[in-house]
Design a protein around this ligand. Sequence first.
Ligand code: SF4
Ligand code: SF4
Length: 57
Amino acid sequence: MPIVIDRDECSGCGLCMDECPAEAISLDDEGIAVVDEDECTECGACVDVCPNVAITL
Ligand code: SF4
Ligand code: SF4
């Protein structure tokens, strides 16, 4: 199951980027978090850190 980010809930705070051990998350042109599925190991660390509960696995 890939990581899914709810674009309506993401504030672009960047906490998930800081937490990701695979450096798989970046912010797009609109300042919304996006996941590189080729790099993501589906560890779940970003899910736990998001204050807006915008990330699901
Ligand atoms: S931690 Fe959540 S709100 Fe913050 S950038 Fe990541 S997905 Fe968006
Ligand atoms: S599940 Fe883990 S590897 Fe994938 S984006 Fe989140 S923190 Fe990074």
